[in-house]
Write a protein that binds this ligand. Sequence first.
Ligand code: ATP
Ligand code: MG
Length: 558
Amino acid sequence: MSEQRDFIRDTVRQDLDAGTVGAVVTRFPPEPNGYLHIGHAKSICLNFGVAEEFGGRCHLRFDDTNPEKEDEEYIDAIRRDIRWLGFDWGEHEYFASDYFERMYGYALDLIRSGKAYVDDLSSDEIKAYRGTLTEPGTPSPYRGRSPEENLDLFRRMRDGEFPDGSRVLRAKIDMASPNLNMRDPTLYRIKHSSHHRTGDAWCLYPMYDFAHCLEDAVESVTHSICTLEFEDHRPLYDWVLDNLPVPARPRQIEFARLNLTYTVMSKRRLLHLVREGAVSGWDDPRMPTIAGLKRRGYTPEAIREFCRRIGVAKRDSTVAVELLEHCLREDLNLRAPRAMAVLDPLKVVIDNYPEGKEEMLEAVNNPEDPGAGTRKVPFSRELYIERADFMEVPARKFHRLAPGREVRLRYGYFITCVETVKNDAGDVAEVRCVYDPHTRGGYSPDGRKVKGTIHWVSAPHSREGTVRLYDRLFSVENPAAEEDWTSVLNPDSLRTLARCRLEPSLGGARTGDIFQFERLGYFCADPDGENASEPVFNRTVGLRDTWAKIAARETDPA
Ligand code: ATP
Ligand code: MG
């Protein structure tokens, strides 16, 4: 694989060459307030990838400074998902909450040096005093408090003397700064709530802008890679580190976050979908979460390749979800064993095939991978084919089965339809055919050609299964742009087909096994099938690749 180049890797290389950085240390810093999604995968591939390429290391750091929204369940899920993606942080797992005491000490340092003060203004007042992009802010009346008074008040804040929202600690920087983030930003707020790891030890919690840079410094991170919305926060990141005796001096670099068409990506919105029951959980196969993609049948290889192909840039953009699907097809085409399954079964009886006879036909497991070998598929007098592969009155360009028409059964025989049997309602209930015994394997010795090849299963040998067909969760390209993003959920995003007929080998599928059902797409065995009487398969993705068309449209708008 060719070496990856981008502005972040260039920066890291320069820092190494210049000797300003010894060994590269990056970190992936999720807040444990939800499951990871494909956007996080981009950040994971970047942080772990850069560390690996430059012989450094990447930390997994739980940025757990927000007690109300966080939970242990998320911590476990995050670990599981990163490992599944193929990355390893070794012993370098950290929690921001482990640094609370140290951060508090740094806050005391700032107060002592006159660079932070306790403010009694309410949050609304602080906002009003802050000014706007065109007007400077107004200093708080509490800005002039002495370090002694501030130390006393801040200690009492920690001791729990004051209610939530009554006081904050602010940095004393510049109320006239053109950057609003520098107008005395809040560093600590009072929050009397239990933390999932520190319990009730604290009623004072640090703000992101104060905490994150210190977490990085304490861990000797060299390159703190984050998304573009933090660009305007970088001066504050630097200010905190420049004004404290920190053990290392990390550098923040921003890149554009991943947006995908037909997808919402914020954890807040994904949580809403889970809570409201719009999906079955964080791992619903329609979710853009890592857990959802995995259950859908995505592979870590496909996701990593996708992240490699989108690259990293400094400008926000939206990637077509078709590229993600394309990367998946490329991977599965090479690896997924083929099998035959009929989703909407129509009975076929072969009149001239002896009753009670069965034979085993040889089928190729994967034409892309000769090493995958072959398997035996049972054939008998009664088969199922796809209802859509038969037309009583064939339309133009329909080359499959129809009265009087001969087609090839994949890996089987040529059959010709001789009769259509209908039920009382007038629907086709069964198709009678004759077969040509000289066409075993799907080839005619006289060179006779047929236009259609269809898949099938033997009726008595096949087993029943449930198949879930998924469509996009949202019916518009950019759901987040809607006034009400929940109003554009696709009502047909899940269709469940019971009584599908699967070739016998599929009965042994284990959760997570992925197959290409011939002519239908890729399907992944779902955990729901494990404890049920029959297997359940999720359609991962169809066979038709639409990426080339979209890529052409994107590079050539005409
Ligand atoms: P969300 O917006 O989904 O809630 P977040 O930024 O609040 O995400 P964090 O847990 O803080 O979630 O994210 C961990 C890391 O993943 C951060 O460094 C963040 O920049 C990165 N990240 C989050 N979303 C994306 C995305 N869509 N593309 C790239 N990186 C992302
Ligand atoms: Mg965040």
